[in-house]
Design a binder for this molecule. Structure first.
Ligand code: FES
Ligand code: FES
Length: 156
């Protein structure tokens, strides 16, 4: 099936099999490997991207379901060489160790802070519970989100 979609503001046309998953379109067709695959069964959140602004696990979406949509991946967050506030938060607060979960964590955090710019610690933990991290113990991830929330509110 022929589909057109936008990824990080760039138009993409692809001829895909109906069974192709969005995560494979992003990684294997568009070549954007910042979006990770951890489980392919909707548990880990490593594959999280934005689909028309909403955080989705891209291993649970068919590529054809993204036809006509606006997709944003981790590669689309920085602008003019400057990290997004959420990326900066994870950098400054050491919110990662191996980094495998980090793209998904960051994409989920961006959507969380759009919906709730000033989340409590429990709201942050609840908002990130669909994203698994095997390394950090989550404490510095929560700090990273709080850093980003503070920075984004100061900029608003
Ligand atoms: S790879 Fe999609 S949720 Fe784990
Ligand atoms: S930093 Fe390694 S899985 Fe989260």
């Amino acid at each position: 099936m022929k589909i057109n979609l936008s990824i990080n503001g760039q138009a993409h046309a692809a001829d895909v099999e109906p069974r192709l998953l969005l995560v494979h379109l992003i990684r294997d067709v568009a070549g954007l490997t910042g979006t990770h695959i951890g489980c392919e069964t909707s548990i880990c959140g490593a594959c999280t991207v934005h689909l028309n602004g909403a955080a989705v696990k891209s291993c649970c979406v068919l590529a054809v379901q993204a036809a006509g949509a606006e997709v944003t991946t981790i590669e689309g967050l920085a602008s003019n060489g400057a990290l997004h506030a959420v990326q900066e938060g994870f950098w400054e607060c050491h919110g990662l160790q191996c980094g495998y979960c980090t793209p998904g964590m960051i994409m989920t955090t961006c959507a969380l802070l759009t919906a709730n710019p000033n989340p409590s610690e429990s709201e942050i933990r609840h908002g990130l519970e669909g994203n698994l991290c095997r390394c950090t113990g989550y404490q510095n991830i929560v700090k990273s989100v709080q850093y980003a929330a503070d920075k984004m509110q100061a900029q608003a």
